[in-house]
Design a protein around this ligand. Structure first.
Ligand SMILES: C[S@@+](CC[C@H](N)C(=O)[O-])C[C@H]1O[C@@H](n2cnc3c(N)ncnc32)[C@H](O)[C@@H]1O
Ligand code: SF4
Length: 379
């Protein structure tokens, strides 16, 4: 089983909070990158063989800036190279500016069956503070258009923003839930190294909600989503039953995925080996390597059983469903109990943060504290 990620590294502008591999160029080299992504996909497919394909995800950057024909061609290639499942999930991340909203039908016709829209906020003042190029009205118009076009639709919001009160977030979330289809991604703002926000945070210009307020915002988010029938299946992701992102579940369940395009990662098994793959991050360097070698891969490495166990724990405990012991052992060759600190496990169970049976999973209280728990739990 395989999930396929395609990275489109270009954006119209760089948002001050974002540390994704995204770049602004005067003119986006559409034809060159379309050609090179096809070439790299073919190279990757050749060594993978016709594995069952469960999902494709066009992420970025801003993949809604891609020509829809490029998206269609890549989907066609992936369908030929691999053995697509009948219910192949094909997601595209889109920004809700009017130009991109105008391309939604073309993306549906290209084969996209799930759209993930980067709304970020429903308040104009917050969108401005986040450096976004769209208004709340544009985002809502894009959402309403997308609802009629795509069978599956999700959107992202960023909360725990500077100056945000609990009451204000509850109100915004209420409006968001009224607009939501069957999936939402609700991220707490994080200050990422090297971003413009980091400098402004350091200088005191940007102040984030304190720990208590952040916890209250998080709790209120889960409660409001649940009241709307969207259950929290991962720390930041909420869905109606069956509407979870199958592509992202592949990451969190620590299954195989291939990543093509600048900076993309992969985890690929070849018999008993599990290989970590990574592409050059800078778009032009990646492009030059694909032209020269057929791929933009940097050094690839076999993942040791210990590192597999670590990665599987870091990913799997983000999910409400947690980690299945048998699957964990098959994937990592290490028994789950040998991969975690026994004293910390007991302490976390006693505190009500973890539950251990055939699965190891975090309780809602544990999920909220996962960042603090994991470094001490994982051996
Ligand atoms: C690849 S990014 C952006 C996709 C798309 N280009 C956009 O801007 O809408 C995916 C999501 O990560 C979230 N994100 C990015 N940086 C973040 C940060 N510093 N804190 C919280 N969420 C962040 C945003 O919600 C964003 O929609
Ligand atoms: S948040 Fe989205 S649009 Fe903004 S820089 Fe990051 S990837 Fe680009």
């Amino acid at each position: 089983m395989l999930a396929l990620y395609v990275h489109w590294p270009f954006c119209l502008q760089k948002c001050p909070y974002c540390d994704f591999n995204s770049h602004v160029r005067e003119a986006i080299p559409q034809a060159r990158f379309a050609h090179l992504l096809r070439q790299e996909l073919a190279w990757e497919a050749q060594r993978l063989g016709r594995r069952p394909l469960t999902s494709i995800f066009f992420g970025g950057g801003t993949p809604s800036l891609m020509d829809p024909e490029t998206v269609a061609t890549l989907i066609g290639d992936a369908r030929r190279h691999f053995a697509p499942e009948a219910e192949l999930e094909i997601t595209l991340e889109a920004n809700p500016t009017s130009v991109e909203a105008g391309k939604l039908i073309a993306f549906r016709d290209a084969g996209i069956n799930r759209l993930s829209l980067g709304v970020q906020s429903l308040e104009d003042a917050s969108l401005l503070a986040l450096g976004r190029a769209h208004s709340a009205a544009e985002a809502i118009a894009a959402l309403e258009a997308a609802r009629k076009i795509f069978p599956r639709l999700s959107f992202d919001l960023i909360y725990a923003r500077p100056g945000q009160s609990l009451a204000a977030w509850q109100q915004e979330l209420h409006r968001a839930l009224a607009l939501a289809a069957d999936h939402l991604s609700l991220y707490q703002l994080t200050i990422e190294p090297g971003t413009a926000f980091e400098a402004r945070h350091r200088s005191g210009e940007i102040v984030l909600p304190d720990e208590d307020l952040a916890a209250a915002l998080y709790e209120a988010t889960g409660e409001a989503a649940a009241a709307h029938g969207l259950h929290q299946y991962e720390i930041s992701n909420y869905a109606a039953p069956g509407a979870e992102s199958r592509h992202n579940l592949a990451y969190w369940r620590y299954r195989d995925y291939a990543g093509i395009g600048p900076g993309a990662h992969g985890r690929l098994s070849f018999g008993p080996r599990l290989v970590a793959t990574r592409r050059h991050r800078a778009p032009e360097i990646w492009a030059g390597r694909v032209e020269r070698d057929g791929h933009g891969s940097t050094a690839e490495e076999d993942i040791s059983p210990e590192n597999r166990a670590r990665e599987a724990l870091l990913m799997g405990l983000r999910l409400r469903e947690g980690i299945d012991r048998t699957e964990f052992e098959q994937r990592t060759t290490i028994a789950l109990d040998d991969a975690i600190d026994p004293a910390m496990l007991i302490a976390c169970i006693d505190a009500g943060y973890l539950q251990a049976g055939t699965r190891l999973r975090a309780t809602p209280e544990g999920l909220r504290r996962l960042d603090a728990i994991l470094p001490r739990l994982v051996k």
